[in-house]
Write a protein that binds this ligand. Sequence first.
Ligand SMILES: Cc1cc2nc3c(=O)[nH]c(=O)nc-3n(C[C@H](O)[C@H](O)[C@H](O)COP(=O)(O)O)c2cc1C
Length: 256
Amino acid sequence: MKAHIVLAHPESNSFNGELSRISKSNLQTAGWEVTYCDLYTNGFDPCEGPGHYLERSNTEQFHAQTEQRFNAENETTPHDVATERDNLLQADLLIIHFPLWWFGMPAILKRWIDRVFVYGSVYRGEMRYDTGICRGKKMLACITTGASEDSCSFNGREGDSRLLAWPMLFPFRYIGFDVLEPTIFHGIGGVASIEVQEGGLSDLDRYIKQWGNVIRNHQKRKITPFNQSSDFDDRKKLKPNAPVYSPFISHQSTTP
Ligand SMILES: Cc1cc2nc3c(=O)[nH]c(=O)nc-3n(C[C@H](O)[C@H](O)[C@H](O)COP(=O)(O)O)c2cc1C
């Protein structure tokens, strides 16, 4: 079995870095073949743009999806992207580690998605959702927040981090993954602990143990439910009797 681990943190000795090494060592101990990408240390260039493409379908105007597909078809996908794409597609399990930054994933990880989810080879019209290329594979996100668990709950000041996770994980569902329930560790080195100087070291130790358990038992972890393609009509609207799994796709508008 193969796993690919992606770390999106500027300091490899951070708590996130430590969690990512726990993922790696636990999987290796269990006999997994593991590839590991520390995006910052590896110097992954996150900016999609014309400079990456020696071969162009259209040299007049840059259109990302057109060039991604053209280069995928010609096997001239930029080397750094091709390496990550192959790691992604060969993995039975993908694990991503990142801190919550401004209520989302760090830009480098979002842009890893922008570049590595190559139009033409990782997804295209008939290869998405239920027919995504990664169907049958699992992905697991490990997220840390600076804010406390209470303030990241459904009625907390920071907004419900489980809801925030939905749009961050949807791209993985889009390309077919079974998205496992994410793990979110709260109160890690954020504003509160910097200002109050409460490191919460015992919490960190507890979280590290907890994460080891999550990794060792990930096969039993709940899969986040998403609507199936058959839940939508010809206009790609949710059918009246289809189940609802999130406020992002529902029968009634939830916007205020
Ligand atoms: C640019 C930036 C934005 C941040 N935004 C948030 C945020 O929106 N919510 C939050 O709870 N913490 C936020 N934090 C705190 C980080 O989530 C926190 O420092 C991190 O999870 C701690 O993990 P680490 O010790 O591995 O860095 C932010 C930190 C930075 C540097």
